[in-house]
Design a protein around this ligand. Structure first.
Ligand code: BMA
Length: 823
């Protein structure tokens, strides 16, 4: 039998200042260990981040005394396996150096049989400062590789460590060290399974061809029996396989007839097949399990009159990709639990998203992330961890990257949710357009070529030819690009809004085939601001608030956008709220443009989904998991059927966007109404909703009304019904919000606790309410809807679900506010 022993417990780390060993957590980081021992203040509070820089310059020593299990000790081969070491570490077992690690993105494995003692063993892990490690190499190089987001001296391109640890324009610079994933002893005398992969080769509704791959390390030469069992497909087959000493790769094709296909959410179910692979030999038997979804995936890139499409197809059906960019959900990711991942990925689902892009400046996420995406039907665009920097390409660096890529592709390729491999974030674009090529030697671009156009595609092709390898996002070609983004080909990042100060209408002129980034900032929720600042620091440009704003253009740019569209409120709290409403309107504008342009445009992912700390950023969910206005509004602009109104010089055009492969009859109501409730125009129209399409279904010529109504006091509305069910509703204004003459809100609301323990808030209004929001100060929770517009004379019910840790309070009071109250 193979034996495993976890070595995660009872670690200590050395505190130089006290000359004492202190309790450590594995998995963990030095910052969290110092914090848990109350040796440093919360790095996220106030300006503490900058006071903790000393941590990154020091060496850190971790120690464990352990006794191997007797069963393990008996085995012929005993491996010590570190799943993740961050980053430069020398490892000593009983005073003998066994390993020198330099990459946090792959495991480190070493055979220790001859050094291991049956009773007391000492394992020592010595971390060196990642900055000091590379500074000499940087001097020798003679030029500095660009790393604009690195706030810790610019060493990050040389180190295979999460780029965002060094700082980013939404996150702190907290350069960690630590045993950030588990440690175990693995003992065996004959053979050991290192990896099990089950991948989709091809499939349709009649048949699926799967590929089962086992990697075994063996000490012996013998024949093993491999049984493949899966109940749903009635698979039960046993294959004999001869193994020899060393690495053995077993590969077998498996056909499943009439498979239940896996679909992204909104297009079908997510059935999973549970495989049990049992491997048996004369003296050993091991069972491994894997759940997989059966589907085909393709990024359809067809030349056409406007360039080349970039369309995800799952099971041959075009999927309009809707979602956001994911960053690591904590600066110290070892604190995240499976529940945290579940809460966040469920929030993507709740907002009608079907895609998350794992952006290249973070980490390869843990298995549970992808398991949840498989279970819930969220597609994953997977970047390799390279972002916004040029990277070296000397042999040792490439070897290290190769190990990383081999490990990660093998770990992730069985997941149905993963749809493509992308080499990096924005590097090609940066080389061409950010002034780097003018300043750096040409060899830097050749190094880029080696990494992203030679090594990575070669490895992806070898390890997973079923998915597209896309060299860089944004990108338009598989070959080394000569020009920056092209808006008719590939994927695009559009940052004219925010980085260049363009108005929202600029989204209209910058539509590509797949919009993988664009964004707008906002403040986090007030309770999150309270978590990192004292009352006296809660002003727009206090030092504390500025220390939680990392973007180069800063809060001034955020205020500029608020002022462009809204009247600037006086109070800090109102500015916080209004920043979120403005952000929601910006992204709503962009997404509607992208969706109206379907099928030319087949994807839209806003920047950014989540936060790694409580800061001012582009996220729609803040660090503490609270939804910003944007996340609530996303639920509507990402709904499977969307009605969107576009104003041209002369007309109001209603576009009907349908993501689904269904055709049905519906009723469209179009109207113009005053804020007090006088209906000026209303038309009802029967329409046919076409599958996977966007069509202008109704145009209204404004000529007749423009002179008759007060444009500052009225709004356009559109509603789409299928029988009595409302599928989508939308509103449009003739002038900017700051020019609107909103009627004084005249509404009533009541709330009660219902049997399920949630609260129902009923709201009836006589006047138009612009972005109404309900607040509950006493306890935390989430609303079924929030930040919505309400037409005069309408009623709405929303549900408030308290968070688990909020306690059960009978009397909870709510506040209802809207834009009117903020200005
Ligand atoms: C994008 C990202 C990030 C950055 C964001 C906001 O392009 O790839 O690098 O955080 O812009 O500036």
């Amino acid at each position: 039998m193979n034996k495993k022993q976890s070595l995660n417990k009872k670690w200590v780390f050395f505190l130089e200042a006290e000359k004492k060993w202190k309790k450590a957590n594995v998995p963990g980081f030095i910052h969290t260990d110092l914090l848990n021992n109350k040796l440093i203040p919360d790095p996220f509070f106030g300006k503490n981040e900058t006071e903790l820089e000393w941590i990154q310059d020091k060496e850190w020593l971790y120690k464990l005394h352990f006794k191997p299990d007797t069963e393990i000790f008996k085995q012929n081969k005993i491996y010590l396996n570190f799943t993740g070491l961050d980053t430069y570490a020398d490892i000593f077992l009983n005073d003998t150096k066994i390993l020198s690690a330099n990459n946090m993105f792959h495991p480190w494995n070493v055979e220790v049989k001859s050094l291991l003692k049956s009773n007391q063993n000492e394992l020592l892990v010595k971390f060196r400062s990642p900055m000091k490690e590379v500074s000499s190499k940087m001097e020798w190089l003679g030029y500095k590789l660009p790393a604009d987001n690195d706030q810790a001296g610019g060493t990050s391109p040389h180190t295979r460590k999460a780029p965002y640890h060094y700082g980013w324009d939404w996150g702190p610079s907290l350069v960690t060290s630590g045993i950030w994933q588990g440690v175990e002893l693995i003992g065996y005398s004959d053979w050991h399974i290192e990896n099990l992969m089950i991948t989709n080769q091809k499939c349709d509704k009649n048949s699926a061809l799967l590929n089962i791959e086992l990697i075994l390390d063996s000490e012996v030469e013998e024949t093993i029996e491999i049984n493949i069992f899966e109940p749903k497909s009635k698979t039960d087959k046993t294959i004999s396989f001869g193994i020899k000493k060393g690495e053995n790769i077993f590969i077998s094709d498996l056909e499943i007839l009439n498979p239940e296909l896996w679909w992204p959410v909104g297009h079908g179910e997510q059935p999973l097949y549970l495989f049990t692979i049992s491997v048996v030999s004369s003296k050993n038997s091991v069972v491994k399990r894997k759940k997989i979804g059966i589907r085909s995936v393709l990024i359809n890139r067809q030349k056409d009159s406007r360039g080349e499409s970039f369309e995800i197809q799952v099971n041959d059906l075009p999927i309009f990709s809707k979602g956001a960019n994911w960053i690591p959900a904590d600066s110290f990711t070892t604190r995240l639990t499976k529940d945290d991942y579940k809460r966040l990925i469920t929030a993507a689902l709740d907002a009608n998203m079907n895609t998350l892009r794992i952006w290249g400046g973070g980490i390869y996420e843990p298995d549970c992330f992808y398991e949840l995406c498989d279970e819930l039907g969220i597609l994953v665009w997977q970047d390799f961890m390279f972002a916004c920097s040029m990277y070296p390409a000397e042999d040792s660096f490439l070897e290290s990257v190769e190990k990383e890529v081999r490990y990660q592709v093998r770990r992730l390729k069985s997941f149905a949710s993963v749809i493509l491999w992308c080499g990096n974030n924005e590097i090609a674009s940066a080389w061409i357009s950010w002034g780097w090529k003018e300043e750096l030697p040409k060899t830097v671009w050749l190094d880029y070529k080696k990494l992203f156009h030679e090594l990575l595609p070669k490895l992806c092709d070898e390890l997973d030819p079923t998915r597209l390898y896309w060299p860089s996002s944004p990108g338009h070609d598989l070959n080394l690009p000569k020009v920056d983004q092209i808006y008719g080909r590939g994927d695009n990042h559009y940052w004219g809004v925010w980085h260049s100060g363009e108005g929202f209408e600029a989204f209209e002129d910058n539509v590509g085939r797949f919009m993988s980034e664009y964004g707008m900032q906002s403040f986090p929720n007030k309770k999150t601001i309270d978590s990192f600042s004292k009352k006296e620091d809660q002003t727009i440009d206090s030092e504390v608030m500025n220390s939680h704003q990392k973007a180069s253009l800063g809060t001034a740019n955020l205020l500029m956008y608020i002022e462009k569209y809204y009247k600037m409120p006086a109070s800090f709290n109102s500015i916080v709220e209004l920043s979120q409403i403005m952000q929601a309107e910006a992204i709503k504008y962009a997404v509607e443009v992208h969706r109206r342009n379907m099928p030319f445009c087949m994807g839209t992912l806003y920047w950014q989904f989540n936060d790694c700390w409580p800061g001012i950023s582009w996220s729609s969910i803040d660090y503490r998991g609270e939804w910003k206005a944007l996340h609530y509004v996303a639920k509507h602009f990402y709904s499977p059927v969307l009605i969107s109104i576009k104003k041209t010089k002369t007309d109001l055009e209603c576009f009907l966007v349908n993501d689904q492969n269904t055709k049905f009859k519906a009723t469209l109501i179009f109207g113009i109404c005053s804020f007090e409730g006088t209906i000026l125009v209303e038309e009802h129209k029967q329409i046919i909703v076409e599958p996977i399409n966007s069509i202008n279904v109704f145009s209204f010529n404004m000529g007749s009304i423009l002179s008759e109504i007060d444009l500052a006091k009225s709004f356009v509305y559109c509603e789409l019904y299928k029988k009595n069910e409302i599928l989508s509703k939308n509103e449009l204004f003739f002038v900017k919000p700051k020019t609107l003459k909103l009627a004084q809100p005249d509404f009533e609301f009541s709330s009660h606790k219902n049997n399920e323990g949630t609260y129902i808030i009923s709201l009836t209004t006589k006047t138009f309410l612009y972005r109404t929001f309900v607040q509950c100060d006493a306890i935390e929770g989430s609303f079924s809807e929030n930040y919505f517009n309400m037409r005069p004379g309408t009623t709405k019910e929303i549900e408030f679900r308290t968070s688990l840790n909020s306690g059960d309070q009978e009397k909870v009071s709510f506040k209802v506010l809207s834009l009117y109250d903020l200005q």
